[in-house]
Ligand binder design. Structure first.
Ligand SMILES: [Zn+2]
Length: 201
């Protein structure tokens, strides 16, 4: 079962998380898990072509490895956020290790936005992150671009259900690239055609 829409139960667990963008005539594009040398430049080129800004939730170890891609994301006017140092799953990581992983990313990027990998975070981790002044960003529409059992056509078809204010999740990762490169441009065109603007968080 694929939940393109974030399930209500998750929203109820973390009501102070960010699940929707503020403006209902806008769409909030986000890309997780980069930067990646094979995928991020392609995404940046496409966004530039459409003159659109997006938010990138970066994995610290990837930033460490490809600092020039971080520079390009920032210099092209995109927003960045923290996605842990090693893409840790909150529910499988101790409170201490999780918080220390998130804090380590602060040495590489400056952002108060945080998105938990897999959307999984314990209530204690969530509380600690909020207390340290972070904004926890979830999403309202997940593309499933990483799923090898879904076709780009299916993703494009599901994208017709996107509504104003939605926070969309894509991935600038190798795994997601086959679906991403065959669906993202068409989805953006579709949304522009419906009169939406694109904003950062
Ligand atoms: Zn992720």
């Amino acid at each position: 079962m694929r939940f393109f829409r974030a399930p209500l139960i998750a929203k109820m667990l973390f009501p102070s998380g960010i699940w929707k963008g503020k403006e209902t005539d806008s769409i909030y594009l986000t890309f997780d898990d980069g930067p990646n040398p094979d995928v991020t430049p392609w995404v940046l080129d496409l966004l530039k072509q459409f003159d659109i800004k997006a938010t990138f939730f970066l994995v610290g170890r990837n930033v460490q490895e490809y600092p020039e891609l971080l520079d390009r994301i920032i210099s092209e006017g995109h927003q960045i956020g923290n996605h842990t140092m090693n893409h840790e799953c909150g529910t499988k990581t101790s409170l201490h290790s999780y918080i220390s992983s998130v804090s380590k990313v602060d040495t590489h990027i400056k952002s108060d936005l945080f998105r938990p990998p897999y959307g999984k975070v314990t209530s204690n981790q969530f509380k600690k992150l909020i207390e340290s002044g972070r904004k926890i960003v979830f999403w309202s529409w997940l593309s499933y671009d990483f799923d090898k059992n879904i076709s780009p056509q299916k993703i494009i078809q599901k994208a017709s259900e996107i509504k104003g204010g939605d926070i969309l999740v894509f991935h600038d990762s190798k795994k997601a690239f086959p679906n991403l490169k065959n669906s993202l441009a068409e989805i953006i065109e579709q949304l522009i055609g419906r009169g939406f603007e694109f904003k950062t968080l």
